[in-house]
Write a protein that binds this ligand. Sequence first.
Ligand code: ATP
Ligand code: MG
Length: 564
Amino acid sequence: MEQTTSSRPSDFIRDIIEDDFKTNKHEGRVAVRFPPEPNGYLHIGHAKSVCLNFGIAAQYGGTCNLRMDDTDPSGESMEYVESIIRDIRWLGFEWGDRLFFASDYYERLYEYALQMIREGKAFVCELDVDEMREHRGSFTEPGRESPYRDRPVEENLALFQRMRAGEFEEGTHTLRAKVDMSSPNITMRDPIMYRIKKESHYRTENQWCIYPMYDFTHCLSDSLERITHSICTLEFENNRPLYDWFLEAVNADYRPQQIEFARLNLTYTVMSKRLLIELVEKKIVCGWDDPLMPSLAGMRRRGYTPAAIRDFCDRIGVAKNDSMIDMALLENCVRDDLNQTAPRVMAVLRPLRVVIDNYPDDGVEEFDCPYHPQNPDMGSRKVPFSKVLYIERDDFMEDPPKKFFRMAVGREVRLRYGYFVTCTDVVKDPSTGEVVEIHCTYDPETKSGFAPDGRKVKATIHWVSSAHSIPAEVRLYDRLFRVADPLEGGEDYVKHLNPDRLEVLMQCRVEPSLATAERESRYQFERLGYFCVDSVDSSVEGLVFNRTVTLRDSWAKIVGKGEV
Ligand code: ATP
Ligand code: MG
């Protein structure tokens, strides 16, 4: 098979695949798969595996199946299947007609089980959970064989068929593989192949009341699909001998090669599906697509781009040892992408009214503002300017400290794309003393953004016209947790939630070009960060923006000070 070269740095998995080409190990084929269990939405860790598997298939002209490893009726659902499909497509990968379900193999797996029973390789066990645990032994002690291990084949066959027919209660009978109770690898101590579960399955409904275990199903599904390289995360290293044992036991005509890599761990979040489900169920977040979630649906709603996530997965690479990746790296990938692709517009999040006293009362000018200073191809839009503006409350100070160069009484600053203005006076709320309005004069000679006499200003601030701007709600998202590893020191991760993970600002004003902004479109709000039109709550009547990421890494400084 023709190998495509790419600029991508190689990794140990690609090295194995390239060596296999040289020795013609799989007749030059590369067939991989991404095998999620549809019991939750995909998260950024899954993205690493998706990019790896689909990336390898694309790079080497191979195939990548999408297979739902749906072996457990509890917790699996069509909603999850659909979300997985949606999220992988969004990431930019396609599988054509290669969508498979382990549940489609139930009948074949049952046949394999019968074959193993007939060959004396599996038996029906009547130990209950506690007894089985007690027989299993430990890391230091070998296990003990089940008293049911040597049942005659006929009896096993009859019992297994009765299990399938629904004659026994849950927990009373299991089918177990006869491997080795004294193996130092506990996975090999006569593992369960089938258990009784009288639960309806989202696809097979009530057709089955026995369900194959993941370990039995997974390796045989890979074999049935003639997967050449079964790429999985490190925790399955111990299961590999069992997979090989099952393939041998059923005399599988195809034996995939398993390769393990380190899973992605990210700081300031949690990633196990169990905990993500908990966040949803406890309503700590508003759903799987909450922009605070490390789920792909959440990141999408937050404004992360597929290109940024793919770039992140490329940059972290693939290795054999577990590590913790800094969230800042992912955020930087998002910034790098949006810096090039997001149009730049003006929005004021905490408005302060500015009146330009010497500007005509009904005067309006339209400034032609480019969407991207470095990329003229992105075009421009008109931004109206008038006598009454809003600027950011933070951009004015009554008693400015030495290093504050923005607006203050007596100070001249530049309005982005417009005039120089000098603050002359402030109006205060008589009851609170709060500045509610500032007065300025403008210099009509500075429309170009420069003064003909060459005088300089130390700050350029953004603004919107009061009469022309439109209201918007802006949700300022920050990291979900306050500490890098929320699970350090126990399971009580909730106490580490970042109290500032979301701040909602209802009084924001955005420039009028955003009136037609489409859901999910992303912008840089000049000087403020990157923002995305919320895909659920935003509408023409009420614009809602989510902050995707700040312009700079504001956490680097805080962590540096040792405050976190
Ligand atoms: P979780 O541990 O979050 O519950 P899981 O491993 O049970 O996830 P699956 O649906 O079984 O979730 O995962 C599908 C595939 O994604 C598996 O091949 C798994 O190895 C891979 N995967 C899951 N989490 C990560 C991760 N953090 N980094 C890399 N790959 C991952
Ligand atoms: Mg799993």
